[in-house]
Design a protein around this ligand. Structure first.
Ligand SMILES: Nc1nc2c(ncn2[C@@H]2O[C@H](COP(=O)(O)OP(=O)(O)OP(=O)(O)O)[C@@H](O)[C@H]2O)c(=O)[nH]1
Length: 562
């Protein structure tokens, strides 16, 4: 690795709106630099996770070191592929901290979209060089000139700086490599200073423990070095260092300005915190700024389907949150579902992907409860301020056909199905991005679900006053379908405070298990009664009502899919 002086290193990221072609461009760059063989099967090579391949989206940023010869000089280009979906923008901002420049990919047909704007500003604020790349020029409806004008108008980047390519066909991709070398500065680092390495990502390998992705800001790290985590002050010996090419390739040493991986016998997932600084033993340094912790927007309870799986699920969640540090975890327990956790996610897709990764990568089978968003509640019996559901803040025309609107929305209104509705209403043309605007006052009510007058804690929800009636009615109807009839009538009610807003009734049902036993054998009767008693044990009592355990799961599941 010493062959690459700092001036021959470029660290860059590819950012774009979803589906504008980041991963396809990454494939072409890997091929052009000979990192992977050119075959027809190279499709999103850096999307390694099963969930990414199944959904066709990137959820984890990936790193690859490319070796490129240009005008007789060997360059080391470190590429960090990032996700496009709004839920994963935390990954984007972390990746950018290891870069000096970005390729901003824009679809030649769709033009600038919501996440193009959001990601551009992340790069702009981090003061990175931005190379605009207009992709998919092979499409029949491509209009690269229109997109050039949009880029000039919205981002103030002269249109002659745009590179027009087709990542799919490979057209003009060499110009992108040329621009990376010419327009992105080498990292500002010092190899003579003591080691200062930023852990910008980490994964857990079942056999080798924690694998930390590091960007070296100062110094050199070698196999066998004793290093210290600035966060925990624990000392480790480096067992392996190397570059990702795109698979791990050991190199013995990594130098300042380079990006690679490091394995140092960290066995516990709490040891390699993302954002941590590593330095040499007895050579302490000023830690790097690290990362702002992610702010979860959507919360859900997660429980093992079978309580005996609790410890396995605990370790699976710990390992997966090491790789996805934006998830927050708190222990929780529920009367119906047993011991579990309350997890915070950045959005609904993030929650679904986390769940799918738990199942696919850790073989865990879990119950996920209805997603909710956080509220700050002021309990008051006085008149509430009239809620305004969405308030328009700003409007800007990007060109004759496209407008950018800014609204203030309650988070609860957008997390579940807003994006889908927007897409179908606009025939797929509108795109959407959001950022936290803080807490706002709203007319929200706490809705209880009662079974014969007793509140069922698991089903308590916070809903907007105007929607309470329809949601309460739907939940009562679902419960009615799920609850088995019992020996007495059950009243299912939805209430706000003391006011009942919906009601369903489950009629009484009496099962006489002895009906077919005429007279005779007492032992047979005892056996039937014992079996009935065992069946009853399986039921959980809420007040005087026996509720099968899976009723909660059914109601919560239908509720979250609604
Ligand atoms: N016609 C055409 N299609 C392209 C081109 N580049 C990418 N695509 C297609 O566009 C789709 C999305 O490409 P990806 O590379 O997965 O996009 P991405 O930006 O990485 O998507 P996310 O990771 O989900 O954000 C795929 O079906 C690609 O085959 C291109 O130059 N021309």
């Amino acid at each position: 690795m010493s062959r690459f002086p700092v001036e021959n290193i470029r660290n860059f990221s590819i950012i774009a709106h979803v589906d504008h072609g980041k991963s396809t461009l990454a494939d072409r760059l890997l091929e052009l630099t000979g990192t992977i063989d050119k075959t027809k099967n190279n499709k999103q090579v850096l999307d390694k996770l099963q969930v990414e391949r199944e959904r066709g989206i990137t959820v984890k940023a990936q790193t690859a070191s490319l070796f490129h010869n240009c005008e007789g000089k060997q360059y080391l280009l470190n590429l960090i592929d990032t996700p496009g979906h709004v839920d994963f923008s935390y990954e984007v901002s972390r990746s950018l901290s290891a870069c000096q420049g970005v390729l901003l990919v824009v679809d030649a047909n769709e033009g600038i979209q919501a996440q193009t704007v959001a990601n551009f500003f992340l790069a702009f604020e981090a003061q990175l060089s931005v190379i605009p790349v207009i992709n998919k020029i092979d499409l029949k409806n491509a209009d690269p000139e229109r997109v050039e004008n949009q880029i000039e108008k919205v981002f103030d980047i002269p249109s002659d700086e745009c590179i027009k390519i087709s990542a799919k066909l490979g057209t003009n991709v060499e110009s992108v490599l040329q621009a990376i070398i010419e327009r992105i500065p080498p990292p500002k680092v010092h190899r003579k200073n003591p080691l200062r390495a930023l852990v910008f990502d980490s994964t857990f390998d079942h056999y080798r423990g924690v694998i930390a992705n590091v960007a070296l800001f100062d110094g050199v790290v070698s196999k066998g070095d004793k290093i210290v985590s600035a966060h925990t002050q624990k000392i480790y010996e480096v067992n392996e260092v190397g570059v990702l090419n795109p698979n791990e390739q050991p190199t013995h040493k990594l130098y300042a300005g380079q990006v690679g991986y490091l394995i140092a016998g960290m066995k516990d997932v709490t040891e390699a915190q993302i954002g941590d600084t590593l330095h040499l033993h007895k050579q302490p340094v000023e830690p790097l700024p690290g990362f702002k912790s992610a702010k979860p927007m959507v919360f859900a309870g997660i429980y093992p389907v079978d309580q005996s799986e609790y410890n396995n699920l605990k370790s699976a969640i710990e390992k997966l949150t090491l790789n996805d540090s934006s998830v927050t975890v708190h222990r929780d327990s529920s009367l119906a579902l047993g011991a579990g956790w309350r997890l915070g996610f950045l959005g609904l897709l993030h929650m679904e992907v986390f769940n799918q990764r738990l199942e696919q990568e850790y073989n865990a089978s879990v119950i996920l409860t209805t997603p909710t968003v956080p509220y700050k509640a002021v309990l008051s019996s006085s008149k509430l301020i009239k809620a305004r559901r969405a308030v328009q803040k700003n409007m800007m025309f990007i060109d004759q056909n496209r407008v950018m609107l800014k609204y203030l929305f309650p988070l609860n209104e957008i997390v579940v199905d807003f994006y889908d509705s927007l897409k179908s209403l606009s025939s797929g043309y509108a795109s959407f991005d959001y950022e936290d605007a803080g807490y706002q006052t709203a007319e929200l009510v706490k809705m209880d679900i009662l079974l014969n007058g007793n509140t069922v804690e698991e089903l308590v929800t916070i809903v907007h006053k105007d929607k309470a009636h329809s949601i309460g009615k739907a939940m009562c109807e679902r419960l009615k379908d799920c609850l088995p009839r019992q020996l007495f009538e059950i009243a299912i009610q939805a209430s706000i405070g003391s006011k009942i807003i919906a009601r369903e009734t489950v009629k009484a049902y009496r099962k006489n298990v002895l009906a077919k036993c005429y007279g005779g054998d007492i032992t047979r009767k005892m056996k039937l009664l014992k079996r009935q008693a065992e069946g009853k044990k399986k039921l959980r009592k809420i007040g005087n009502i026996e509720v099968p355990k899976d009723t909660f799961i059914k109601v919560l599941k239908t509720q979250s899919s609604k």
